[in-house]
Design a protein around this ligand. Structure first.
Ligand code: NDP
Length: 281
């Protein structure tokens, strides 16, 4: 059994990006990232802070647009439009969640596909679906990098994704399908989940329930990727019962230190890619 070290892998990716950013700057290309935050959701503030820190480390310019919780949809769309139009901005991210009176899907649709570094615009999701080069949602993208870095085979494997959210489960399933896995997507209405997971060579747990995946659900030698971040008074826990499952797994990601750091590293990768592509136009 090998514990996947997402922290080190992410650090290596960031180091490579740092050199790439320096090189781009020497050619007059300055990657710049804009984050929109609406309201004062506590977790969002933490996420935004870590994105700012990563940008600073890499020499990527960072701009934060903080909007009041009572911002109207019209105002939000206008701000996105102004960022779309500003040529020096390479990537735009709208931090979710946003207040309930706002339509997040409409906002994601407004972000220019060429600046959509989170990969949430339906145009980019469609391209992923068609297996065309695009901006892939950062968490699934980071997981695919883990498979790559650890030489974990995907083709022909039985992959089970638990969770079907637009930001993790669905793009994850599509990414695995694009690499020729046989993919099953499970969700809260799935019957006999255990029977399905017991046949999986690869399990991606993206549920949001502490220690949901137990060793009884896992086949010997399976690859276990734990996306879950469940904050409790005792600390942060994944969706997988790590201690029990690790005895059966061939590879397993810990929480924290597995998928989480990769998400930010892939966001940085997407920003640099957007900067390069906008320069080629
Ligand atoms: P969502 O709440 O949007 O989706 C959860 C999914 O789990 C849904 O599809 C839901 O099914 C499914 N589910 C819920 N209960 C069950 C059940 N009993 N059996 C089977 N499926 C179930 O969450 P996200 O996808 O946004 O995030 C999932 C987890 O990953 C969270 O803990 C989140 O914090 C974490 N996360 C971590 C990231 C990282 O960088 N490491 C990035 C993003 C998220 P249904 O659709 O039927 O409701």
């Amino acid at each position: 059994m090998e514990i996947i070290d997402g922290k080190t892998l992410a650090k290596n990716i960031r180091e490579n990006l740092k050199s790439e950013v320096e090189e781009l700057k020497s050619k007059g290309i300055n990657p710049k990232f804009a984050v929109i935050l609406v309201g004062n959701d506590k977790a969002s503030l933490t996420y935004v802070k870590s994105k700012n820190k990563a940008c600073q480390e890499l020499g990527i310019e960072y701009e934060e647009i903080i909007l009041e919780g009572n911002t109207t949809m019209q105002e939000l769309l206008e701000i996105i439009e102004s960022l779309n139009e500003r040529t020096e901005i390479s990537g735009i991210l709208l931090q979710s969640p946003i207040p309930k009176h706002l339509d997040i899907n409409e906002a994601f649709r407004k972000i220019s596909p060429s600046k959509d570094v989170d990969g949430f615009n339906p145009y980019n999701v469609g391209k992923l679906c068609l297996n065309q080069d695009t901006f892939v949602s950062c968490t699934p993208y980071g997981i695919m990098k883990i498979f790559d870095a650890y030489n974990i085979p995907i083709e022909g494997k039985n992959a089970v994704v638990i969770g079907r959210s637009n930001i993790v489960g669905k793009p994850m399933a599509l990414s695995l399908l694009n690499k020729n896995a046989t993919v099953t997507i499970c969700h809260s209405k799935t019957e006999d989940l255990k029977e399905i997971t017991q046949k999986a060579d690869i399990i991606i747990a993206a549920i949001g329930k502490k220690h949901f995946v137990t060793k009884e659900m896992v086949k010997e030698g399976a690859v276990i990727i734990d996306v879950g971040i469940n904050r409790t008074d005792e600390g942060i826990f994944g969706d997988v019962d790590f201690e029990g499952v690790k005895e059966k797994a061939s590879y397993i990601t810990p929480v924290p230190g597995g998928v989480g750091p990769m998400t930010v590293a892939m966001l940085m990768t997407n920003i640099v890619k957007a900067a390069k592509q906008s320069n080629q136009k």
